[in-house]
Write a protein that binds this ligand. Structure first.
Ligand SMILES: *Cc1c(COP(=O)(O)O)cnc(C)c1O
Length: 398
C-alpha cells in the first residue's frame, strides 16, 4: 500500500545541479553562496539583514544570546511548539515561562502573555504556529510597555504575511528565526536563518556564528593580515556553501510551494466541511494575514464524535496515511516537569487542543489524488464505516 507521510521535501534536478556546482568549486564551507543566500532571504522577507546558520535551533540560540538573555531572565513563549523554542532559552541560562494558547488559532494568546509578565521578563517569543502569523501588533504593544524584546520563531512561517508584509520583515519585532529542516517550506538539509533590522544584532550574530571571532581591519593593518580576535564567546553555527546553494535554488520555488500548500488547504477545507460538528477545521482566510500552511491541523471534536485521537491516528495509518501530532506540549516533557514549578505548567487550552489534533499530510509534492485519498480515509473513519467491530483504545496521556 502506498504510504503518504505528513511532510516531505521537494528536491528536483535544478537543486541537485546547484549543489553539484558548489561541490566542484573551491569552497565547501564559507564561500560566496552563503552571502548570496542571506541577501536573497533578507530581500524576500523585506528585512535589512540575514544571517544563515546551521539550524533553526542555532538561530534561536544566537537570537536569544544577542538579546542579552541569561540567568535570572524570563522568556515568555508558548507550550505548543517544538522543544527548540524553549530549549534555546535554557541554553542561555534563562527560564522559559509558558503562556497558554488561543484555542481557535493555536497561537500564543496575548492575554495569557499579560498574566505571565514579571519584573524578570526579558523577551516574548511567539511562534507562528502551523504557518499562521500571531497578532504581532498586539504582542509588540505589550513588549513596548515593558521594554521587552520580541523574537519571532517563524520556523513554520516562511512566506506567511501579516498586514501586507512578509513574516521576517521584523516590522513588529527585533529578530525572526527560520528553519530549513526537510519538512519546512524550503530545505538545506539542516539549516536556518535569522533576519533583523538591527545592525548591532546583525554584527554580533555574524561573529557568534563563528566562535565569536572578529577580524578588525585596523588591527589587521597593524599586526598582519592573519590577525583575528575573540571578544565574546561564540559557537560553530556555520552553514556550508553547498547548503546555501541548495537554499537559493529552493527559494526560487518558494512561491510555487506556498501556492501548492494553499491549494491543498482549500481542498481539505472544502471537502471536510461535510463532517460538520465532528471536526474542528482550521480557518482558511484571515483579513489581515496570510497563512503559510506548514501544517494542516485537523481536530476531532471529542464531544461530538466517539472516536479517540489515538484510534483515529492508527486508523489513518491503516489507510497508509501517516499523520502526526504537533506537538506534545513542551511542558509534558520530564525535563521541564523537573525544572519548572508545577503551578506554572497548567494550560487548559493547550491540553484540550493536544487531545484533539492530528496533522494531515501537507507538502507541495502531495498530488490532488493523494489529497483525495486522505479525505476519503478521514471520512470513512469518522462516518463510522471503518472497523466498527474493533474495540476502541482508551487514550493514554503522555
Ligand atoms: C523546526 C522547528 C525548530 C527548530 O528548527 P531546526 O532547524 O530543526 O533546529 C524550532 N521551532 C519550531 C517551531 C520548529 O518547527
Amino acid at each position: 500500500m502506498k504510504k503518504i507521510p505528513y511532510g516531505r521535501q521537494w528536491i528536483d534536478q535544478s537543486d541537485i545541479n546547484e549543489v553539484v556546482k558548489v561541490l566542484k568549486s573551491d569552497w565547501l564551507s564559507q564561500g560566496p553562496k552563503i552571502r548570496e543566500f542571506e541577501e536573497a532571504i533578507a530581500k524576500y522577507c523585506g528585512a535589512k539583514y540575514a544571517v544563515a546558520v546551521s539550524s533553526g535551533t542555532a538561530g534561536l540560540h544566537l537570537a536569544y544570546c544577542v538579546a542579552g538573555m541569561g540567568k535570572g531572565d524570563e522568556v515568555i513563549t508558548t507550550p505548543m511548539s517544538f522543544l527548540a523554542t524553549a530549549n534555546a532559552a535554557v541554553f542561555t541560562g534563562a527560564t522559559p515561562i509558558f503562556a497558554d494558547i488561543d484555542y481557535d488559532t493555536v497561537n500564543i494568546d496575548p492575554e495569557e502573555i499579560q498574566k505571565k509578565l514579571t519584573k524578570r521578563s526579558k523577551a516574548i517569543v511567539p511562534v507562528h504556529f502551523a504557518g499562521l502569523p500571531v497578532d504581532l501588533k498586539e504582542i509588540a504593544a505589550i513588549a513596548r510597555r515593558r521594554d521587552l524584546i520580541v523574537i519571532e520563531d517563524a520556523c513554520h512561517a516562511l512566506g506567511a504575511e501579516y498586514r501586507g508584509k512578509k513574516i521576517g520583515s521584523c516590522q513588529y519585532s527585533d529578530i525572526t528565526v527560520f528553519s530549513f529542516h526537510p519538512v519546512k517550506h524550503i530545505t538545506t538539509g539542516e539549516g536556518g536563518c535569522i533576519t533583523t533590522n538591527n545592525r548591532d544584532f546583525y554584527k554580533k550574530m555574524l561573529q557568534m556564528r563563528h566562535h565569536g571571532i572578529g577580524r578588525p581591519q585596523s588591527a589587521r593593518r597593524r599586526v598582519g593580515n592573519w590577525f583575528y580576535q575573540m571578544n565574546n564567546i561564540g559557537f560553530n553555527y556555520r552553514i556550508t556553501d553547498f547548503q546555501a546553494a541548495l537554499g537559493l535554488s529552493q527559494l526560487r520555488k518558494l512561491d510555487f510551494f506556498l501556492k501548492r500548500r494553499r491549494e491543498i488547504a482549500e481542498q481539505y477545507g472544502e471537502a471536510l466541511q461535510s463532517l460538520g460538528e465532528k471536526v474542528i477545521l482550521p480557518k482558511l482566510h484571515y483579513p489581515d494575514r496570510k497563512h503559510a500552511w506548514h501544517l494542516y491541523l485537523f481536530r476531532l471534536n471529542l464531544k461530538k464524535t466517539s472516536i479517540h485521537r489515538r484510534r483515529f491516528y492508527e486508523a489513518l495509518q491503516e489507510y497508509g496515511v501517516m499523520s502526526q501530532v504537533h506537538y506534545i506540549p513542551i511542558t509534558h516533557h520530564p525535563y521541564y516537569q523537573r525544572h519548572l514549578a508545577k503551578s506554572s505548567l497548567r494550560h487548559p487550552k493547550t491540553e484540550r487542543y493536544y487531545q484533539e489534533v492530528v496533522s494531515l499530510p501537507m507538502y507541495p509534492r502531495l498530488t490532488s489524488r493523494d489529497v483525495q485519498l486522505v479525505i476519503a480515509a478521514v471520512k470513512e473513519i469518522l462516518d463510522g464505516v471503518f472497523n466498527k467491530s474493533k474495540k476502541r483504545k482508551k487514550p493514554v496521556v503522555f
